[in-house]
Design a protein around this ligand. Structure first.
Ligand SMILES: [Zn+2]
Ligand SMILES: [Zn+2]
Length: 306
């Protein structure tokens, strides 16, 4: 099966603590690399984990709290030093483009590649990126400032022909193409070809949902429903429930409840508060509600649908 995985680069909330760094993740979908959030030091994490920074196709920034984008100026200039010439797409809330322009202007260094800025728009689930193999959607979260979640979805691929069914038959190329696309064919000359008979079923397309800083939001359930993998922030534990609410964050237990309501396959919890040195209890809290939960430990790779 084609690769679809998420590498955790940063898992801390605002303050770096206990070797944990601010938010960043690298998604590999069919060998296309996408960066989600870019907290301070993200390029160092990329180097540390042996990632090819110059291969990043697009960057998705969830919101403009510094722990989610302070690593971006460094990354953009490093890509220039690495000789990038192809365009880079950056999806972000309003305000980041003029800020980055100013930072780059003050440094008087002109980039040799073009940044294609895409301002995210509030108001429901929106398709923001699409190519032959995938689609990316943004959706609003409930945080102190405008914040977006992202959903990475694989497109259904072409079905595989069953060689034993095809052998010895004079089936035209056009008919084979339709069968692979999941279309039944009735030929004028008589024979009927059912795609279910002549091709193998494909595994379902996989989905990864990223929900950074947010209160638990009931409206998310329908958007992230049955995702193969869900990242949901869990800044706090239930003992700090009130603090979580005041700061527009979630607890591990609330993240677990969200995963259970949305019937996702696996949950990753992250964006840990610096008040927790050890994370075992936080994980236990998420697992008490949703057993298939894991910690977003830096350097750990999660296979989507694995
Ligand atoms: Zn944050
Ligand atoms: Zn935030």
């Amino acid at each position: 099966m084609a690769r679809f995985e998420v590498l955790i680069l940063g898992s801390s909330s605002a303050l770096p603590a206990y070797g944990r760094h601010p938010s960043a993740q690298l998604v590999n979908l069919h060998e296309n690399l996408f960066l989600i959030d870019c907290g301070e030091g993200t390029q160092s994490r990329l180097a540390e984990f042996g990632c090819k920074m110059h291969r990043i196709r697009a960057v998705f920034i969830s919101h403009l709290h510094g722990d989610h984008y302070f690593g971006l100026p460094g990354l953009l200039t490093s890509l220039n030093l690495l000789g990038r010439t192809g365009p880079l797409d950056v999806f972000c809330p309003e305000g980041l483009e003029p800020l980055m322009d100013e930072i780059l202007r003050l440094g008087q260094g002109e980039l040799q590649y073009k940044i294609q800025w895409h301002t995210l728009v509030a108001g429901g689930k929106k398709k923001i990126f699409e190519d032959r193999v995938m689609e990316v959607f943004s959706f609003p979260l409930a945080h102190r400032i405008t914040t977006f979640g992202f959903m990475f979805c694989e497109k259904p691929g072409m079905r595989k022909l069953r060689p034993e069914k095809i052998a010895g038959r004079a089936i035209s190329y056009e008919t084979l193409k339709k069968l692979k696309a999941g279309i039944d064919v009735v030929e004028e000359s008589g024979p009927t070809y059912l795609f279910s008979e002549f091709t193998e079923d494909l595994p379902s397309p996989r989905k990864y949902a990223y929900c950074s800083d947010t209160l638990p939001l009931h409206g998310l359930v329908s958007i992230i429903r049955e995702a193969d993998l869900l990242y949901h922030e869990s800044t706090y534990m239930e003992e700090h429930l009130e603090k979580a609410g005041l700061n527009y964050h979630s607890t591990a237990s609330q993240a677990g409840a969200m995963a259970a309501s949305a019937k996702v396959k696996k949950l990753i919890v992250g964006h840990f508060s610096s008040r927790y040195k050890l994370l075992d209890e936080l994980l236990a809290e998420a697992r008490a509600v949703f057993p298939n939960s894991e910690l977003a430990l830096e350097g750990k790779k999660f296979e989507v649908g694995g």
